[in-house]
Design a protein. Sequence first.
Length: 427
Amino acid sequence: MARFRMYPDTQQEQQMLEHCASARYVWNLAVEQHSYWFKGRKAAPGFAEQCKQLTAARRDNDWLASGNADVQQQALKDFAKAKAAKFNSGFGEPTWRKKFTHEGFRVIGTDRVPEFHDDGTAKISPKTGKQVMNRSVVVQKLNRSWAQVKVPGCGWVRFRLSRAGLPQAKTFRVTFRNGQWHIAFAIVPEPIAAPGTGEVIGIDRGVKITAALSDGRNLNCPQFTTRERAQIRKHQRRAARAPKASPAKTAEYAKVAKLKAREADRRKDWCEKHSTMLARTYDLVRFEKLNIKNMTRSAKGTVEEPGKRVRQKAGLNRAILAQGWGLLRQRTEHKAPGRVEDVPAPYTSLRCSECGWIDKNSRKSQAEFVCSSCGFTCNADTNAATNVAAGQGASPGRPARAGGTATATRRSNAREPQPAWVGIPLI
């Protein structure tokens, strides 16, 4: 998926907002249709039947007929894919789309271009005997920084060419959020080739340091500045004091959303650049395996059993999500398929990367690691990343895996006397 920032003029923006409204309306109609279905009743209409119903609805509804038929039909196709994903991949039921929240539409290519094999020969249809023609998006390059794409009803719309190469795709999606338009071309990117050096890197993810590498480097995702945090608090206070449903309240919340969108853009840019660096530099990238969804679950509990320290946990959740752990792992896997592994997280921060001894007392502080067995001293995050690079995520009682030494890994227990040999590595 190649994503770019769009810059439509006022008239084009108005037309694209109408496309968003009609696509959202058709999607919600499909959701409503399927909401009436229950077990034992006749099956809800599929994509082909809904397209026929859309044609009939366009004849009876002038507002719907004024919209683009391809945009509305693609909304039905998106719904059909979302419905299939529920059964095939375990996703939930498609839900309603809301104004100002789900603004977007998909467009299929209008230009028919010939298809060719990898060796340059033309693809011939076995049925007709003619060359295969495929639909393609019409894109033109203006200069090294700008290009334009043809959007139905809007003509040529400019977008910022922020990466090398002109995108060639069959479809694209236009989205609008927080005052910004983006276009995403449906392209399967070519994977980045491995450097062939055989080098393995381990990555330990945290809140203080976003990604600690086993070679000693630390990568930190950009966060809000002190000035930006103060601006967010200012606009939130103004919004809270403004009358309910007033334009002033909406304007203040829009300013908050714009600042938060800026942070999200920085995080995505950071993840893109560093995932590319990892894919180009190392043959194998190992991440500490973390269940981010469970780690950021709310602590509020239930009415019968309310949670404790809910506000503190909410702050920790925000700090974790602001680091972009999942996005960095996801984009690295996209760019280096088959070269990314997950190492179990237990005991990676308590194991000595030098001798393999596991002891919770070795972790002196958040940043300091001093092995209680061999005296090895290292930054705690770097030590954990080194264990991840070696694939050492075994629990006590199991020997260390590739790159480590088999050791006695029984943890000390202050309540029970320990034999004299506990704490001495077994060679």
